[in-house]
Design a protein around this ligand. Structure first.
Ligand code: ADP
Ligand code: ASP
Ligand code: MG
Length: 498
């Protein structure tokens, strides 16, 4: 079995260990939303196959990872919920995996139509072994023996993303929303692929979500560390775990458009020049809620008590603010957590010891977290101040703050999200020229957004990423039009594409 040593932290493969004749390509939901889009993806795959051959590969090997056709995962998830609100999570996964099974087979058919031998593979067929955590499983190992053998013979392997199998119980699992990115990166590691191209519906990674920030600029290059941070802070353009895996293994990863032929964004190791710009880019997340526990006794141990019960219930906390009026008997503790953790958090807080009884809990979901990211922050002061100035001038209230070496996050009312992002983008000098290029977003006949409910079970709601260093890309400007606004609102509220 060929382990996805992907999953081990070190040592990263050096380029000489990469198989130059092997590439992994991944197509997201919008890029496969209609039969025409599927045929167009097939042409990209076939061209990559020919390109590897022309570049000297005796036996080009191409593996493709697919998402479900745009909107399908949302539809499948709502189906399960409609049938039963208290559904079995294992059957939920069995339903959710079918979206990718369909698109993989359709892409194989489209490839065969082009005269390119191809075969589709579900997660259990390879298999892709995962942990048993349904809905958020992690890849442990990928058995690549059979696809390797067939790829050696010129057959393209089309693999259903976002899924695997939990071997102990022989049940299908899913990796969490956006998980096909992780399947692709893990496969690239397992195959020692020369590169991994993530084909999506924007030209690459921008300084901020181009659907919310019309002046966002395309980044030609972005350091692994910054991509990792931006993805973790909500950028949907690459799933956080995919960014993590790519960084650990130094996967030569490119994010690019399936609608055009630009070079996209390449992830690279950090260089000194990258420290020059203060801020690389912005991310946001609308997947968190703010909770305030008010009227707690103001005495040592209160924070420990509150966060211990939450931790025991596996509730992850993000931003924290503790406020007490001087010499007051009571204190308020405010924090943010994932919206999906509401019930568990409430139940956990009911377990607080009687000595830490509180007066009330308030819950607010109309909040957004905005984060500013850049490795250049390490060596500069006054970075946070710029953000506070910009928001203050825009009359936007900050409800909580947290910082790390290379990031600042603030919580604002969700209604202020776009305005705050644009103000911050301008304040950090990230703006490019907005144009009215009617080709943006790329023609989107299939509407990859999906009309189903967003599932709310985990991860991202946000967008993100990082700024340009010394070689600004003037043709990478984000473009705006009316259509963009419409798509943006829908996609941004739903937080995902397939
Ligand atoms: P796919 O279906 O191809 O996986 P996603 O919808 O998951 O596509 O991710 C692509 C979307 O990510 C874009 O349409 C864009 O709205 C959003 N996004 C958020 N932040 C960024 C960013 N910094 N750069 C580019 N796209 C971003
Ligand atoms: N189809 C899954 C989703 O919509 C996985 C993916 O697209 O990456 O989240
Ligand atoms: Mg995605």
């Amino acid at each position: 079995m060929n382990s996805a040593s992907a999953m081990t932290p070190s040592p990263p493969p050096v380029s000489s260990e990469r198989d130059d004749s092997c590439a992994v390509l991944k197509f997201g939901g919008t890029s496969l939303a209609t039969p025409e889009r599927i045929r167009s993806a097939a042409r990209i795959v076939r061209d990559e196959f020919l390109r590897l051959g022309a570049a000297g590969a005796e036996r080009p090997k191409v593996a493709v990872v697919v998402s479900a056709m745009g909107g399908d995962t949302d539809r499948l998830i709502s189906l399960v919920r409609e049938v039963s609100a208290t559904h079995d999570i294992r059957e939920f996964d069995a339903v959710a995996t079918t979206g990718e099974v369909v698109s993989a087979a359709l892409l194989a058919v489209a490839l065969q139509d082009l005269g390119q031998p191809a075969r589709s593979w579900s997660g259990w067929q390879l298999p892709i072994h995962t942990t048993p955590v349904h809905g958020a499983a992690r890849i442990q190992e990928i058995d690549t023996r059979e696809i390797r053998r067939r790829m050696e013979q010129g057959e393209v392997a089309v693999i259903a993303g976002y899924q695997g199998v939990e071997t102990a119980r022989n049940r299908m699992t899913t990796l969490g929303r956006g998980g096909s990115d992780t399947t692709a990166v893990a496969l690239a590691v397992a195959l020692s692929a020369a590169h991994c191209d993530i084909y999506t519906d924007v030209d690459g990674v921008y300084t901020a979500d181009p659907r919310l920030v019309p002046r966002a600029r395309l980044l030609r290059e972005l350091s692994y560390v910054e991509m990792l941070e931006l993805a973790a802070l909500g950028s949907r353009v690459l799933q956080g775990r995919a960014a993590e895996l790519a960084a650990k293994n130094r996967v030569r990863l490119r994010v690019r458009s399936s609608f055009g032929d630009g070079a996209g964004t390449l992830l690279v190791a950090e260089t000194q020049a990258m420290e020059q710009p203060l801020v690389r880019g912005l991310a946001y997340s609308v997947s968190e809620a703010r909770v305030t526990v008010s009227g707690l006794p103001n005495r040592p141990g209160v924070a420990r008590a509150v966060f211990a019960v939450l931790d025991d219930a596996d509730v992850n906390i993000d931003l924290i603010v503790q406020t007490a009026i001087e010499r007051s008997e009571v204190v308020d503790i405010t924090f943010t957590l994932s919206r999906g953790d509401r019930e568990r958090a409430h139940a956990a807080l009911r377990d607080l010891p009687a000595e830490f009884a509180y007066e009330r809990i308030s819950w607010d979901e109309r909040v957004a977290k905005i984060s500013v990211v850049g490795i250049g922050m390490r060596s500069h002061s006054g970075v946070a101040r710029k953000l506070f100035d910009a928001l203050a001038e825009g009359g936007i209230n900050i409800e909580a703050i947290s910082t790390s070496e290379i990031r600042i996050s603030v919580l604002v009312a969700e209604d202020n999200l776009e305005e705050a992002l644009r103000l911050a983008h301008t304040a950090y000098g990230l703006d490019g020229d907005a144009t009215n290029d009617p080709t943006f977003p790329p023609s989107n006949d299939g509407d990859g957004d999906g009309d189903g409910n967003s599932d709310g079970d985990d991860d991202n709601g946000g967008g993100a990423v990082g700024g340009e260093g010394d070689d600004n890309d003037s043709d990478g400007v984000a473009r705006q039009n009316k259509q963009q606004g419409k798509r943006r609102d829908k996609k941004h509220r739903q937080g995902r594409g397939a």
